[in-house]
Ligand binder design. Sequence first.
Ligand code: SF4
Ligand code: SF4
Length: 424
Amino acid sequence: MENNIFNFREISDECIKCGKCIPECTIHRVNPDETTSPRGFLDLLAGYQNGDIELDKNAKDIFESCFLCTNCVQVCPNHLQTDFAIENVRKDIADKYGISWFKRVFFYLLRHRKVFDLVAKMGYMFQTCGFKIEEEKNAMRSKFSIPLVKKGRLLPSMKKKSFLNKYPEKIPAKNPKKRVAIFIGCLANYNFVEVGDALVKILKALDIDIFIPKKQMCCSAPAYFTGDFDTTDKLSKFNMDYFSEWIDEVDAILVPEATCSAMLKVDYEHYFKEYAPEYLEKHKKINSKIFGATEWLYKETNLNELLAKKAMQNDKITYHDPCHFRKVQGIYKEPRSLIEKNYNLIEMSDPNICCGFGGITMQTEKFDLAQKAGKIKADMIDETKADVVAAECSACRIQITEALNNNKSDVIFKHPLELIANAL
Ligand code: SF4
Ligand code: SF4
């Protein structure tokens, strides 16, 4: 891949230093220092481009501490895309320092679906045999759906069969009014297959033709947020070429994952504009048909009316807004509107505050920061006295479940589609 062509100085020059972003910034909230704030990041980035600041280990540490939550973009009067600038400097960091071996292995798996399938299957067998006792112990003390504890961390367990291997490519409806494709995302494919099960159940109830494109690849978000632009380049172009083959045959591509849908819709556009403009037109056409799952179900189907005829459930639900839905795509009313048809919905004090997942680096090398941000969210959830916290994002699911577990909370996590399918 060619050297970085991103103009850090341009975006930094547009910062008027108003500081509006600082109280909203996730990293600044848990590490209150000007260098770890949007304004500080932009200053440092200009210094880096001017040659005043070296991209040394200290700078690497600073730039890797951003959660990429996009809070700053939302509140900035100039809508400065600090997150995009950080993503770009991470490319330079990856070029200079390389990428840790375990991330390289993970990104290799993202680029090779068949190998990933095999590894997931082995992971399932290994965890079933090796961690059975721990799993049983956890199941006894916790209702969480990702109960595998290892060295104090909750790790999402692998399912026996991935979503893409579990279902046929086409699930026809009797009298279909619409036809949709499902882009499932890696976590719902391998770890939280129940999310895809719920979506299939809902679409069947609505008599909608289902197409599950089997060759779909990871959206590349984990690699992109880590600065591995080679992997991003390969996966984003592959997906766009592949989607182009069948896009005219579907009304929509439903994505039950906030991060994946934001990556496909918004980050691909940023990336193509900067690095592969020849893909912009193809992306534009596909983009008009990509939706968050609850967004499309709410806007384009009669699911609301169908749910209104179903019984109210006893569970109290609180909804967490994934950053990549509410802030990046403006999706927040739709999941709530569907959930509250059958559940008592209680708002937490700030559903829009980032849960602190932050990506693979944050979850491994900077986990103390993720835990600090997660604690704020877990306390907020516990205060509601809800039975269930929901969010349309499996990354939030991992982070929130971990934070609730650390809080010794009894609140469990469910994807909104699971709640909806349960009410049908
Ligand atoms: S993306 Fe989030 S953590 Fe990063 S600078 Fe912006 S507000 Fe702060
Ligand atoms: S809100 Fe925008 S313009 Fe104001 S300090 Fe933050 S990045 Fe700069």
